[in-house]
Write a protein that binds this ligand. Structure first.
Ligand code: GLN
Length: 533
C-alpha cells in the first residue's frame, strides 16, 4: 500500500470501556483483509513506562520481545493480531517529555523556546508516523489512553488534530462512548455521547466513526439520533453490546461492517469479506466445550481483575484448545497455610504459582507448592513461582532449612535464588531488570521439551534474581532437574521434577507469548496434564 493509514481510537463518557479491545478487534478485521497492521498505545501519565507502577495502580505489566515494560493493552494487541509489539508501540507522556528534554539539552532546538505546541506535539506525531515510515505498516491504530476532556491527554488530542489536518483521508478518528440505561425511565440515554463528541469537536476533531458501548442492543432510532446529533454518517455508528468473551468483539464489529466503513472512508477498495477461519474455529471450540478444567492461580493480587491478565488469557486459550471450559479460581497466597491447603486446593485439577515481587504472601506459595509436590498435582510456577518451587525443594527435600531468595532474606544461609551479577550495581529501578526475550535450550526427553516439541525456544523475562548454579548438582541429584538453560549464560530457565506427572517452574513468562491462534505450548501441556489427572 502506498501511504500508511492512521486510525486514532479515543474514549468518552467513562474510562474502562475497552478501547484496547475495540482497537485490537478493528486491527484483526483489517489484518484478515491482508493488511499489515500494528496497534500503538499512548498513555497520558508521566511515568516513563509502567514498569515502576504496582498492579494496584495499573494492572499487569506486559513485556515486549525487545524488553519494554508496557501497558497491558499491548497484551490484547498481540493476542488478537498474533504479531509481536515493541517499545515503539507504547508511549507515555513521560517518554515524550524525556526525549524532548534530552534534545533541548543537546541544543537541538537551536535556541528556540521549547513548548507543548509544536515541540511536544511534533514528538508525539513523530512517534505515530515512525510505525508507518520505519516499520512499513499499512495501518497504524493508535489508542489514546484516558477519556476525552482529561487535562493530561490534551497534547495527544492536539497531535491527532494536526495529523488529521495534514493527512486528509489517510487519518481517521474512532470515538468510543457509553450509552447508559436508566432503569427508572426505561430508556437508553445518548446525551453523554453527544457531550463527549462535542468535547472532541471543541478540540477541533470531528470523529469519523462512533462505537457505542451498551449492555443491551440499541434500537435503530437511537443509532440514527446519535448520527444526527454527532454529525456522523448513519453507517458509521456501530454498537458494541456486551458479549460473553472479548474474542467475539471482532465478529460483532464485522457484522456491522465497521471494517468496510473504515476502508471506504480511507479511499481503499473493499473486496470480499474475509473468513477468519482460525478465529472462528477457536470460538466454535469455546462454545462446544462442556466439561470444565478447574485451575487454581495462587498469587497475592487475586482481588485485582487485571493483575494476572496474560496468565488468565493463556489459561483460557489452553483450556479451549483442550476442549474444556476454564474454571479459574483465584487463591490468595496470604490465606494459604499447610493446615488449610488441602481443603482449598484439594479438588483443583492444576495449580499455577504466580509471578511477583517481595515477601508478602510467599509462605502461602510454599504451602501450595509442597501440597502439589506431595500429592502429584500438575503445577506450573512462573518466575517468582518457579523461584518458590526451588526454595521449597531446598527446604523440604535438600534439608537446607531457611533456604531463601536474597530478595526475601539477604542473610539467608542458603542463597538458592540470588541476585544476578549484572544486577548488583543497579540503582535505577526503571527498565533495569532482565527484560525481554532470551534463548533457552530445553533438554531432550524433559517434560518441558515434550510440551514445546523443540529444543530451542525463546520466551520473555522480567526479573532480577535467578537460580544459583552453585546448588545445581545438589538439586539434580535429589530429583529436581534443570531442564532448560540459557545457552550463552548458562542461567537456569526451567526446573522440573521428572518423577511427578507435571511439575515445572519457568524463570520466564510464557503468558506473554500466548495468542488466540497460537496458544503457548507450556500452558496447553499443563492444562492437558490437569485434565488427565
Ligand atoms: N521477584 C523476582 C525477581 O525479581 C521474580 C520476578 C517475577 O516474578 N516477575 O527475580
Amino acid at each position: 500500500m502506498a501511504d500508511t493509514k492512521y486510525i486514532f481510537v479515543t474514549g468518552g463518557v467513562v474510562s474502562s470501556l475497552g478501547k484496547g479491545i475495540i482497537s485490537a478487534s478493528l486491527g484483526k478485521l483489517l489484518q484478515a483483509r491482508g493488511y499489515k497492521v500494528t496497534i500503538q498505545k499512548f498513555d497520558p501519565y508521566i511515568n516513563v513506562d509502567p514498569g515502576t507502577l504496582n498492579p494496584y495502580e495499573h494492572g499487569e505489566c506486559y513485556v515486549t520481545v525487545d524488553g519494554h515494560e508496557a501497558d497491558l493493552d499491548l497484551g490484547h494487541y498481540e493476542r488478537f493480531l498474533n504479531v509481536p509489539t515493541t517499545r515503539a508501540n507504547n508511549i507515555t507522556t513521560g517518554r515524550i517529555y524525556q526525549s524532548v528534554i534530552e534534545k533541548e539539552r543537546k541544543g537541538d532546538y537551536l535556541g528556540k523556546t521549547v513548548q507543548v505546541v509544536p515541540h511536544i506535539t511534533d514528538e508525539i506525531k513523530r512517534n505515530v508516523k515512525l510505525l508507518g515510515t520505519k516499520y512499513k505498516y499499512d495501518f497504524v491504530i493508535t489508542e489514546i489512553g484516558g477519556t476525552v476532556g482529561d487535562i493530561e491527554s490534551l497534547p495527544f488530542i492536539e497531535s491527532m488534530r494536526q495529523l488529521k489536518w495534514e493527512s486528509g483521508k489517510n487519518c481517521i478518528c474512532v470515538h468510543l462512548t457509553y450509552v447508559p440505561y436508566i432503569a427508572a425511565a426505561k430508556e437508553y440515554k445518548t446525551k453523554p455521547t453527544q457531550h463527549s463528541v462535542k468535547q472532541l469537536q471543541e478540540l477541533g476533531i470531528q470523529p469519523d466513526i462512533l462505537v457505542l458501548r451498551t449492555e443491551q442492543p440499541l434500537k435503530a432510532d437511537i443509532l440514527r439520533k446519535v448520527a444526527l446529533f454527532c454529525n456522523v454518517a448513519e453507517d458509521a455508528v456501530v454498537q458494541s453490546v456486551d458479549v460473553p468473551t472479548i474474542y467475539e468483539v471482532p465478529l460483532v464489529l464485522q457484522r456491522q461492517h465497521m471494517d468496510v466503513t473504515v476502508l471506504k472512508k480511507m479511499g481503499l477498495e473493499v473486496g470480499p469479506t474475509p473468513e477468519m477461519k482460525a478465529w472462528n474455529e477457536f470460538l466454535q471450540r469455546k462454545v462446544n466445550a462442556t466439561d470444565t478444567v478447574k485451575i487454581a492461580l495462587v498469587g497475592k493480587y487475586v482481588e485485582l481483575q487485571d493483575a494476572y491478565k496474560s496468565i488468565d488469557e493463556s489459561l483460557l486459550q489452553a483450556a479451549i484448545y483442550n476442549d474444556r471450559k476454564l474454571d479459574l479460581h483465584m487463591i490468595h497466597s496470604e490465606k494459604l497455610t499447610d493446615a488449610n491447603v488441602a481443603d482449598i486446593l484439594g479438588d483443583m485439577d492444576g495449580i499455577v504459582i504466580a509471578p511477583g515481587f517481595g515477601q508478602r504472601g510467599i509462605e502461602g506459595k510454599f504451602a501450595a507448592i509442597k501440597y502439589a509436590r506431595e500429592n502429584n498435582k500438575p503445577c506450573l510456577g512462573i518466575c517468582l513461582g518457579m523461584q518458590c518451587m526451588v526454595i521449597e525443594f531446598a527446604r523440604n527435600i535438600l534439608g537446607l532449612t531457611d533456604a531463601n531468595s536474597t530478595e526475601m532474606e539477604l542473610n539467608t544461609p542458603y542463597k538458592v535464588i540470588d541476585l544476578m551479577e549484572e544486577q548488583k550495581n543497579v540503582t535505577n529501578m526503571g527498565g533495569s531488570m532482565r527484560l525481554g526475550a532470551y534463548d533457552c535450550s530445553l533438554q531432550k526427553g524433559s517434560k518441558a521439551y515434550e510440551a514445546y516439541q523443540k529444543e530451542h525456544i525463546q520466551e520473555r523475562h522480567r526479573h532480577r534474581f535467578e537460580f544459583n548454579n552453585e546448588y545445581r548438582q545438589q538439586f539434580e541429584e535429589a530429583g529436581m532437574k534443570c531442564s532448560g538453560v540459557n545457552p550463552e549464560t548458562n542461567l537456569v530457565e526451567v526446573v522440573e521434577i521428572p518423577e511427578l506427572d507435571w511439575f515445572i517452574g519457568v524463570q520466564f513468562h510464557p503468558e506473554y507469548s500466548s495468542t488466540v491462534v497460537s496458544p503457548n505450548p507450556l500452558f496447553v501441556s499443563f492444562v492437558k496434564a490437569a485434565i488427565n489427572k
